[in-house]
Write a protein that binds this ligand. Structure first.
Ligand SMILES: [Zn+2]
Length: 289
């Protein structure tokens, strides 16, 4: 069975609080390695604990997700995960540096911009997201680790705003001006258009896809256009459950449905997609697989 890396599986989230170990074992038994990205301080610490418990199989990414910068209530799709509350956290470099430096941490993530309507962002709130994103990028550069970027367009001060245009501007800033290490990363759960995808690729970024691509053809052209050397697969579990498991909680083992879909779209074998996306993750994150 070809190996795969689920570059985005939140096995430390509360949706897995009763059976995370079984979920992880199922993934390991089916040849799936897991990168567990975080959303806030508590989930970052828990991701590191799982990476320590499953060395060489589970890897942690730590970061403060932009939705946690403002208080709001979130209700993920029914069947996938329990609802949760964000509290308006602030990013403090002193708190996060030791986590970023931890040897089991392979990236900073999730970091980025999220303009989801529910947050009812003002211009000032958006500025806070950009400032925080920049601080997390600077921390990633200083520990020489890549970023796992989260980006969702939506509404700012009552007007539609494209988060990818903002993210590309910020990333380009650092790529043109950062020395000696270069900003590297992946746009996770890629949601932008084909023009923006080309810009990410030009900046050396990778694009990663979730179960969304199994039931929405909006990104088919992006996947066909992007070189396989720049693609990655992820579940974003417990969310984004792929066909044929819609309506249930997602888990890392299901990452093969995304590799399958990419293989179908590009006209490649499943094995070729599995092997190459695994190599891509290995190289970007320096995974000792
Ligand atoms: Zn996520």
């Amino acid at each position: 069975m070809p190996q795969l890396v689920d570059i985005h599986g939140h096995i430390q989230f509360s949706a897995f609080k009763d059976d995370a170990d079984e979920v992880i074992k199922r993934a390991i038994d089916s040849g799936v390695y897991i990168i567990a990205p975080s959303s806030q301080l508590s989930t970052s610490k828990r991701a590191i604990l799982y990476a320590e418990k499953y060395p060489g199989k589970v890897f942690a990414a730590v970061g403060l997700h932009p939705i946690h910068l403002k208080p709001a209530k979130f209700d993920p799709s029914e069947g996938e995960a329990p609802s949760f509350q964000t509290h308006g956290d602030q990013f403090d470099e002193k708190t996060w540096r030791p986590l970023a430096e931890n040897k089991n941490v392979i990236a900073l993530g999730e970091v980025g911009l999220d303009y989801i309507d529910r947050l009812e962002l003002s211009e000032k709130d958006r500025d806070v997201q950009e400032e925080t994103f920049r601080k997390e990028i600077e921390l990633a550069l200083s520990v020489n680790k890549p970023i796992i970027q989260h980006c969702r367009s939506g509404i700012v001060e009552g007007k539609e705003r494209d988060a990818h245009d903002d993210a590309l501007r910020i990333i380009r800033d650092y790529i043109l001006n950062s020395e000696p290490s270069t900003l590297r990363g992946v746009a996770h759960c890629y949601s932008g258009n084909i023009g923006q995808a080309k810009k990410y690729l030009d900046l050396g970024f990778h694009l990663s896809f979730t179960g969304l691509i199994t039931f929405n053809n909006l990104w088919d052209e992006v996947i066909k256009m992007a070189p396989l050397e720049r693609l990655m697969v992820e579940t974003d579990c417990p969310y984004m459950t792929p066909i044929p498991h819609r309506g249930k909680r997602n888990e890392p083992m299901y990452v093969r449905y995304m590799a399958d879909k990419i293989a179908e779209l590009k006209g490649f074998s499943f094995e070729r997609v599995a092997e190459r996306t695994t190599k891509n993750a290995q190289e970007l994150f320096g995974l000792p697989l």
